[in-house]
Design a protein around this ligand. Structure first.
Ligand code: 3HC
Ligand code: NAI
Length: 701
């Protein structure tokens, strides 16, 4: 018989129930059964007058076992039955919280008669981040303790609340000293009153004031904007409202119905996929956790321009000192000025203290002297995107960097192996591709060169985590993963316009799909001049792809930076406005090619944009440039504002049905061929997609 993950011990007159199911004590079937058995045992144990439920290891219970959700069929006992048993038993039960008491874990705690915690404990109901809602009575019990407004805020944001704040809100009864939840709980148990010990379901503290209040309507209206198109947040409000309109048991039934609706929704499938994909990106088959990362104490950044400045900020924000090198003092002063301005903006918003700003700035040492880089453990190059400039820089770095230093390039489009060949130590060279603004965007593409050493990869991944990035390992191909795919997305946006859609309509369709920004607005933000520069290199290298309108637009149109791009912008205002000059250019182009504009639905447009990503993503996957389809999804969610609730482009394709997606792609290809439109050649269906569909497979594996 396998051992139960839940133990029962006795400490004086207190029965101790310890959940010991690493890594996070999630409520698997075995844990639920164990809780049921041990709580029953405790209630029957004549030697104890109270029970304590706690978690072994680093945390209390961090929630339902999400892996079980995917497998389906959660098995008996149901969490609600366990909670009912705890709440309605003959002895008081104290939840002793440390680490994170989340989701089903907090629901177990809410079913206890008392909750105590160590100061560092965090509580929350983060189910909404998985596209679901608390399904173990959390919406009903929390509402009874804290009222509608706080319950809605907590449940629709999924925020983790520190124990002292949770105590102030009435969720936790007592926050003790130190780090040991057991001693806090035992001290609390020693002072327990005789009773009766109120069940949370019977408490009315939070209900009275909010019955019939406008808070529900207001929350729905706010979420319609902030969580546009999302299913679960609105259902969370419905569930909380039920606590105010229905008796407890009926409220629970309503919560269960809403929970099941969410679970059946594609958005839950998408978000649960993202949860696991985000954790899977850290796993690299030939770089196991046994590979020790190199120690990074001192960093150097080369180039103090747009990217270099942001990259330097990432490191000093994490307390790692940086030497920042540029060509001359003027460039350095400019770069340092931008960094200081960025921090000052954060200080002005009240999100950073002046003292902290000063401390961070003092960690950056500007220099123009390569000799100052001699003690750097990691050097990140972010100079001009020019192969000759980079070659010179890497030759120089090879001379000055100490043995074992990691030489990283932030190049977006150049060949990493060619860059590494300028050094006598290609094993120490790696790509660390940040996204703009580098101090804000969470994505870091870690580019593996032909010779990059495993511990260099491990270090880049670890450092990425340390500075708060989501790091994804990618192969060395043109544009790596993100930009390689986005070029087809941008081209498709232009083809749609040539065929009859307007620029505004294409961007609107992308926004409605859930993207943070449409493709044309994105081009204006990135800078059309920068894109033209990159395109020129690609054309020269024979890596031609069509961006027909980019070749026609007036080169003086640089985008937001000079107020003229695909859109026009009023001075000091980032709102894109339609520009008649651009419309005239498009009309002329259509006339030249004899194209009669046709109409599109927003759904047609979104499909063509997203499937352009999917088809290239499948090619990338087959070439091994990304390790997993989920890695591509994470690149898009954290680097390109792709909505997590769609799961990323690859998961979206799976949820749409790979066979349907392939049928559409095949049709787009046939249409491009029939129209003699060479720009649409990339619609040639990815062989991997064809194979998966032929084999009847539903996913990328
Ligand atoms: N179920 C299953 N596995 C889980 C899990 C869960 N609830 N929470 C974490 N894990 C796994 C992770 O997948 C990871 O596995 P791996 O090592 O194989 O990759 C491992 O535990 C460690 O997780 P992290 O890498 O995320 O560790 P951190 O220390 O960075 O974070 C955490 C810990 C804050 C607990 C974070 O894992 C987390 O936020 N977990 C999810 C919490 C959550 O959403 N709970 C609600 C679940 S839904 C629910 O309870 C429904 C109920 O109302 C009915
Ligand atoms: P930038 O033009 O803003 O900054 C480049 C800086 O490098 C300038 O300050 C310049 O003086 C300095 N520089 C040039 N030659 C140098 C040399 N030999 N030694 C030291 N410093 C030198 O350019 P940006 O946008 O910051 O780009 C830098 C790198 O980052 C490029 O490789 C680019 O492809 C990449 N990148 C850019 C992104 C963006 O959105 N701008 C996004 C991701 C990567």
């Amino acid at each position: 018989m396998t051992q139960s993950p839940v133990r029962y011990d006795r400490q004086g007159a207190v029965g101790l129930i310890t959940v010991d199911s690493p890594p996070v004590n999630a409520l698997s079937q075995a844990v639920r059964q164990g809780l049921w058995d041990r709580v029953t045992e405790g209630f029957q144990d004549p030697a104890v007058t109270a029970l304590v439920i706690m978690g072994a290891g680093r945390t209390f219970i961090a929630g339902a076992d999400i892996a079980e959700f995917i497998k389906g069929g959660m098995g008996e006992p149901d969490l609600n039955d366990v909670n009912d048993l705890i709440e309605s038993g003959p002895k008081p039960v104290i939840a002793a919280l440390h680490g994170t008491a989340l989701g089903g874990g907090l629901e177990v705690a809410l079913s206890c008669h008392y909750r105590v915690a160590v100061p560092k404990a965090l509580v929350g109901l983060p189910e909404v981040k998985l596209g679901i809602l608390p399904g173990g009575g959390g919406t009903q019990r929390l509402s009874r303790l804290v009222g509608a407004k706080t319950a809605i805020e907590m449940i629709t944001s999924g925020a983790f609340i520190p124990a002292p704040k949770a105590q102030a809100l009435g969720i936790i009864d007592h926050v003790g000293e130190g780090a040991d939840p057991l001693s806090v709980a035992l001290a609390f148990a020693a002072t327990l009153p005789a009773g009766p010990h109120k069940r949370t379901r019977d408490r009315e503290d939070g209900l009275a004031a909010d019955r019939g209040s406008s808070v529900f309507a207001e929350a729905r209206a706010a979420l319609a904007k902030s969580a546009r198109n999302q299913f679960a947040p609105q259902r969370c409000v419905d569930a909380v409202e039920a606590a105010f309109t229905l008796p407890f048991d009926e409220g629970l039934t309503r919560e269960r119905e809403l929970f099941m609706q969410c679970m059946a929704h594609d958005q839950a499938k998408a978000l649960i996929h993202v949860f696991f994909a985000e954790r899977a990106v850290t796993k690299i088959p030939d770089v196991p956790p046994s590979v020790t990362p190199r120690k990074i104490g001192q960093v150097a950044v080369l180039g103090s321009g747009t990217m270099g400045g942001g990259i330097a900020m990432n490191f000093v924000n994490a307390g790692i000192p940086v030497r920042l090198l540029d060509l001359d003092q003027a460039a350095l002063d400019r770069g340092m000025g931008v960094i200081a301005k960025n921090y000052a903006g954060t200080v002005a918003k009240g999100k950073l203290s002046q003292a902290e700003m000063d401390k961070r700035l003092s960690l950056i040492q500007p220099t123009t002297d390569y000799a100052d880089l001699a003690d750097a453990d990691l050097i990140v190059e972010a100079v001009f995107e020019d192969a000759d400039v980079k070659a010179k820089v890497f030759r120089r770095l090879d001379e000055v960097a100490k043995p074992g230093a990691i030489l990283a390039s932030n190049t977006s489009t150049l060949d990493l192996d060619a860059i590494a060949a300028n050094t006598g130590r290609p094993a120490d060279v790696i790509g660390m591709h940040f996204f703009s603004p580098a101090n804000v965007m969470k994505l870091l593409e870690v580019v593996r060169g032909k010779h990059t050493a495993p511990d260099v990869i491990a270090t880049a991944m670890a450092v990425g985590k340390q500075i708060g990035k989501v790091s994804v390992l990618v192969g060395n191909c043109d544009g790596f993963v993100g930009n390689r795919m986005v070029q087809y997305y941008a081209t498709e946006a232009q083809r749609l316009v040539i065929e009859g859609a307007s620029i505004e309509q294409v961007d609107q369709a992308a926004l409605e799909f859930g993207l943070a920004m449409g493709p044309f607005a994105m081009g204006d933000l990135a800078g059309l001049d920068v894109m033209a520069f990159i395109r020129a290199r690609r054309v020269a290298a024979g890596l031609i792809y069509g961006t027909p309108l980019s070749d026609r637009i007036d080169p003086a149109r640089k985008g937001q930076k000079n107020g003229r791009g695909w859109y026009r912008y009023e001075p000091g205002n980032r709102t894109p406005l339609p520009d008649p000059e651009v419309t005239a250019m498009i009309d002329a182009y259509r006339a030249e090619r004899g194209i009669t504009p046709r109409t599109f639905t927003h759904e047609d447009i979104a499909k063509r944009l997203i499937y352009a990503l999917v088809n290239e993503g499948a090619k990338i996957l087959e070439e091994g440039m990304a390790l997993r389809a989920g890695d591509i999804d994470i690149v898009y969610i954290y680097g390109y504002g792709f909505p997590a609730w769609r799961g990323g482009p690859m998961k979206f394709a799976e949820l749409s049905g790979l066979d349907q997606v392939l049928a559409d792609i095949t049709r787009y290809h046939a249409d491009a061929v029939a129209a003699g439109d060479a720009d649409g050649a990339y619609w040639e269906p990815a062989p991997l997609l064809k194979r998966l569909v032929a084999e009847g497979r539903k996913g990328f594996g």
